[in-house]
Design a protein around this ligand. Structure first.
Ligand SMILES: NC(=O)c1ccc[n+]([C@@H]2O[C@H](COP(=O)([O-])OP(=O)(O)OC[C@H]3O[C@@H](n4cnc5c(N)ncnc54)[C@H](OP(=O)(O)O)[C@@H]3O)[C@@H](O)[C@H]2O)c1
Length: 284
């Protein structure tokens, strides 16, 4: 029997870049969806397509058994993901695994959580074999602070709230298990790390791993916004501030066992993450 073909969107991104090798290990035929023909994902089939270009997406979906749907945050991300799901159904794709976000809810005050909820609802309505993954804050998002962490500090408007942050490699492993396993139809899995950690605890883990003093400073939302104005577009900065307000309210602290349940391995802890990524936090 032929091995199933899985289309991975965002194949060069945070989760996708770990999902491609995870699927290969499981013997799946991977088709990586990429936008730049000059930067193919090595070792697998590549399909050059852009979510803004439906014809290219339809071509990428040809002959695909299952699709992993992920796109970066963007003002039109919900529309792009909804159209992708429609095109996948039209192409006869059997299964969609959707990357959403922890606490996605249509009435959330966080815009990213509202748009993820819109996409979830649409995919559910399509009637395909589908599974939703709702990961919490990515540990790898800390790499966005690497510049100041290398100078001994980082700041965010989160106070002392704990978040059950997850390593993106665990999201990839969970996605690979769902894409290749059975019994996941119609299920929604919230994916978290093994414990909820405060940013002070994250600073401690980074200090231990790098052998340097790294401090976390709570920053008022206004100060955080001022520091990033001009570096991020307004929609993204406003959304990020909403995300942090949600974390600061303690709304992202629950711990779920889904990673271990799906993969058979415990979710990676922040201490291990800090050790493995230490070099990225010490570069000048
Ligand atoms: N960051 C977090 O803590 C967190 C937590 C929970 C959920 N999430 C969710 O995770 C998702 C991914 O976020 P991320 O920031 O980590 O992004 P990401 O997955 O790294 O996204 C970048 C990927 O998307 C591809 N891409 C960009 N624009 C595209 C387009 N128009 N058509 C096709 N592919 C395109 C990029 O390909 P190229 O190589 O061609 O640029 C790259 O592979 C978002 O939905 C976010 O809400 C994030």
């Amino acid at each position: 029997m032929d091995t199933p073909t899985v289309l991975v969107t965002g194949a060069t991104g945070t989760v996708g870049s770990a999902l491609v090798p995870a699927l290969r290990t499981l013997g799946v035929t991977v088709r990586a969806m990429t936008r730049d023909p000059d930067r193919p994902v090595p070792g697998v089939e590549n399909a050059v397509a852009d979510l803004h270009d439906p014809e290219s997406v339809t071509a990428a979906l040809k002959g695909v058994d299952a699709a992993f749907l992920n796109s970066p945050s963007a003002p039109d991300a919900a529309d792009l993901q909804i159209r992708f799901a429609d095109l996948a159904r039209d192409a006869g794709v059997n299964r969609i695994v959707l990357l959403s976000q922890y606490a996605a809810r249509a009435d959330s005050p966080v815009r990213f959580l509202r748009w993820h909820a819109d996409v979830e609802a649409h995919v559910q309505r399509l009637g395909l074999d589908h599974t939703v993954l709702r990961p919490n804050l990515y540990m790898q998002a800390l790499l966005g602070f690497a510049g100041t962490i290398a100078q001994g500090w980082f700041a965010a408007p989160i106070g002392g709230a704990a978040v059950s942050a997850i390593d993106t490699r665990d999201i990839a492993d969970a996605a690979a298990a769902v894409l290749t396993g059975t019994g996941h139809t119609g299920r929604t899995y919230t994916l978290t790390g093994p414990r909820a950690v405060t940013h002070d605890q994250i600073a401690q883990a980074l200090s231990t791993a790098t052998g340097r003093d790294i401090a976390f400073h709570d920053a008022p939302a206004e100060q955080f916004t001022a520091a990033l104005t001009g570096l991020l577009p307004p929609w993204q900065l406003d959304g990020l501030v909403e995300d942090y307000a949600h974390y600061a309210r303690g709304e992202a602290a629950d711990v779920y066992t889904s990673v271990a349940d799906l993969t058979g391995s415990p979710a990676r802890d922040i201490t291990g993450f800090a050790q493995e990524y230490a070099a990225a936090f010490t570069r000048a």
